[in-house]
Design a protein around this ligand. Structure first.
Ligand SMILES: [Zn+2]
Ligand SMILES: [Zn+2]
Length: 422
């Protein structure tokens, strides 16, 4: 096995990577519920806060007011800039038909059937974007794009400024609303130095609504920011967290422990992603490694995990049709009340279909439909997802027995399976 740290990318292929994200133009990316709602929230919070601030602590009145206004407006503008940067720059996509420079390196890499090319280390295929994304973290509906190698920093800065801006907006709006409600009291009993905020009934309703939005952003985006920063300090994307977890759990205590190859220490990990100009370090294909690791440590582990998954795979025959609904009330209360907690798709099935199942839950199964065979044309044709467990039965042996076995599959065998799983 020859393993070195030489560049394995085909430079000619990577020339197109700058423009590869332009397969969907910025305007089309923006025309999606995610960016539209995100922009709407940014605008609403900014306008309401600026309007309240001009009455509660006008910037022209004092240095304190100028400072608060500048601080808030900086956060608002930087949030918008980083949001647009993360959305338009994109994560950096691997060109279709990408192959490593050296023929022998192909054996350590996964093949993407949709892009008809190999996946470089840390690259994953995004079904929503329809391409292979370099150092893919996750697909974010709010920017309607993936978060990955090239936009990881701008996305994290977007989260940071959104939280800082909304925290300030929460303070400004709460105090402004308080003063607006007590305006009459201050007129009669105040010292005359208190800020006078006038809000109409509708103005008050809008400000309260925006205050709710700002608090929601601080809590939800703050949580996301925490997970992003933790991932950056560990140099692990959300997907790599999964791979590492499986790598640890599939080993016995006496085996050599798996060393995660990209963890270079907190400070080096941080510098690899975060810098002032949001410029990613490296080309997104060749990565700095820990000692005793090489470029393919993680991809070999992924290939082994995939092979184990294939071994675990069991064939199931569909005996009841399923519409693909998320809450199929006709399939029983258990199925309805225990949907898989994931946004992975559900698959429509008709009796006679055959599904290769790789994940089991008490009421649901996850697998890929292998019969009828999907057409080869698009990625969307890959027919896989969750479906209710009661719609299919496991194919036990010999092809000629399949139908009978399937039809006669009853509760005891299902219980047996459940016991095995437990
Ligand atoms: Zn791909
Ligand atoms: Zn994506």
């Amino acid at each position: 096995m020859r393993l070195d740290t030489q560049p394995v990318y085909n430079e000619k292929d990577l020339e197109g990577q700058e423009n590869s994200n332009m397969c969907i133009g910025p305007f089309k990316r923006m025309c999606h519920w995610g960016p539209l709602i995100a922009m709407g929230i940014i605008k609403a919070v900014t306008l309401a806060t600026v309007s309240c601030l001009s009455q509660w602590w006008p910037p022209q009145g004092s240095w304190g007011g100028r400072l608060v206004s500048t601080s808030f407006m900086s956060c608002a503008l930087l949030t918008l800039y980083c949001f647009l940067h993360a959305m338009c720059t994109g994560p950096g996509n691997l060109p279709p038909h990408w192959i490593p420079e050296k023929e022998e390196d192909k054996q350590y890499l996964q093949y993407c059937g949709t892009c008809e090319g190999y996946k470089a280390p840390r690259t994953h295929h995004c079904r929503k974007c329809g391409c292979c994304v370099m150092k893919m973290d996750h697909h974010c509906p709010w920017i309607n794009n993936c978060v990955g190698h090239r936009n990881h920093a701008s996305f994290t800065f977007f989260l940071l400024f959104a939280v800082l801006g909304c925290a300030q907006a929460t303070g400004i709006l709460s105090l402004s609303i308080y003063h607006a409600i007590h305006r009459t009291w201050y007129l009669y009993y105040g010292r005359g130095t208190e800020p006078m905020v006038y809000l109409s009934v509708w103005g008050l309703v809008v400000c309260m609504f925006v205050l709710g939005l700002a608090i929601g952003v601080v809590l939800a985006v703050g949580m996301l920011l925490y997970f992003q920063l933790r991932g950056i300090l560990r140099n692990r994307t959300g997907i790599e967290d999964w791979i590492l977890e499986k790598a640890i759990h599939r080993r016995n205590p006496e085996d050599t422990p798996f060393i995660y190859p990209y963890d270079l220490g907190r400070w080096n990990n941080f510098k690899q992603v975060m810098n002032m100009w949001c410029e990613p370090s490296g080309d997104g294909v060749v990565w700095s490694m820990r000692e005793k690791c090489h470029q393919y440590t993680l991809t070999i582990e992924q290939l082994t995990q995939k092979a184990e998954k294939r071994e675990r795979m069991r064939e199931y025959q569909v005996v009841e049709s399923y519409s693909g609904w998320w809450f199929p009330c006709t399939k029983g209360l258990g199925v309805c009340c225990h949907p898989p907690c994931t946004d992975e798709q559900r698959i429509k099935l008709t009796p006679g279909d055959v599904v290769a199942v790789t994940r089991w839950k008490r009421y649901w199964l996850y697998g890929e439909c292998t019969h009828p065979a999907p057409s080869q044309s698009t990625s969307a044709s890959r027919h896989r997802g969750w479906f209710p467990r009661r719609c299919a039965v496991q194919v036990v042996s010999g092809a000629e027995n399949n139908t009978n076995t399937a039809a006669n599959d009853t509760k005891p065998r299902r219980e047996q399976e459940n016991k095995k799983k437990r």
